[in-house]
Design a binder for this molecule. Structure first.
Ligand code: PBG
Length: 332
């Protein structure tokens, strides 16, 4: 107890919990639709809504349906949507050229959303895994995920996304030097206001499993991502990575996954004070949504409680597949 606190019974903490009105007055952390970035999976076709089996309630959407989702997000007060393409395996090549094709799924969806719902921020993903026959975020040479050649490709990918109208570029690849390279390329090309939300502290996590199914990368992936994503036992390293990315020109930083790494979120916010986000990833979503579906937990309540924990841990916002469902509940 803090020294300023009078002993019982002068202090009774239950006084502050005795009614909904008083509880609302003293609530420290509030959650609202403006805290969410909604990740959506984009696929080809027209009028397609294809369920992702390991993520109950999440679908792969064709571009026209993504535009409908964008309208829904705006109506719910969700400020941003984040696009992840499910790429036709026939378009996956050794050189990953589809990643910077101006007409690829991600760029096509970005243009369609910015045309239909210009006020909604569009975030895009920079990494080669949706386009790579090896399922890795970078080029593979003799079994090694090479850094510098990958960064050159990521810069091309980021520029094509900015060209298509992306507001926020999210490098999720964990290569070294990519934030600085992207920032200077964006500045040179006149994209002064395009934001970089760096996946600065991204762990080599088993919680990404359902996502890899959703984007069709799990079959392709050979080996693991431990030479570029972080060891789950590390915390100081996360601070060094965040410091580095902010110095290279990141506007915002991300911790990923979310719930098992809330200590990293808190530490990052306290240490840097930068706009800090967490990604409540696919495996976290699957656990909560799956248990909710079976009636093992109250799905709505664990959803809101889990999302509140990110705000309490110091995050400014959270990428979550729950975004529309949570926003609907929060809007009453
Ligand atoms: C890959 C990427 C991943 C996620 C976002 N971008 C998976 C990975 O690193 O293998 C995971 C998101 C989720 O699990 O919801 N660039």
């Amino acid at each position: 107890m803090l020294p300023s606190q009078a002993p019982f019974p002068a202090t009774r903490f239950r006084r502050l919990r005795a009614s909904p009105a008083v509880r609302a007055l003293v609530q420290e952390t509030a959650l609202g639709p403006a805290d969410f970035i909604w990740p959506v999976f984009v696929r080809d076709g027209d009028g397609v809504v294809e369920p992702v089996p390991s993520m109950p309630g999440v679908n792969r959407l064709s571009v026209d349906k993504v535009v409908e989702a964008a309208h829904e997000a705006a109506a719910l007060g969700i400020p941003a949507i984040c696009l992840f393409p499910y790429t036709d395996p026939a378009l996956k090549t050794e050189d990953c050229a589809e990643a910077w094709n101006p007409q690829n799924l991600s760029n096509t969806a970005t243009r369609a959303i910015k045309h239909a719902v210009p006020g909604l921020a569009v975030m895009t993903d920079v990494a080669l895994d949706p386009y790579n026959i090896h399922g890795h975020d970078g080029f593979v040479e003799d079994g090694e995920i090479v850094n510098d050649r990958t960064v050159e490709a990521l810069v091309k990918q980021a520029l094509s996304q900015a060209e298509a109208g992306a507001d926020i570029i999210g490098p999720s690849d964990m290569m070294d030097g990519r934030i600085g390279a992207m920032r200077s390329a964006l500045e040179s090309a006149g994209h002064h206001n395009v934001l970089l939300l760096s996946y600065a502290a991204k762990y080599a996590s088993a919680f990404y499993g359902p996502f890899r199914d959703a984007v069709g990368a799990s079959g392709a992936l050979k080996g693991d991502k431990k030479t570029y994503q972080m060891e789950p036992g590390n915390s100081d390293e996360a601070m060094r990575l965040i410091a580095r990315d902010l110095q290279e020109g990141a506007d915002m930083v991300m911790v990923k996954p979310g719930m098992p790494y809330l200590d990293i979120c808190r530490r990052a916010k306290d240490m840097f004070g930068a706009p800090t986000f967490a990604y409540q990833v696919s495996g976290e979503y699957a656990m909560l949504a799956g248990a909710g579906e079976r009636g093992w937990v109250d799905g709505d309540k664990v959803m809101l409680e889990s999302l509140t924990s990110f705000k309490r841990a110091g995050c400014d916002g959270v990428l979550t597949y729950f975004a529309p469902a949570a926003a609907r509940l929060l809007n009453g």
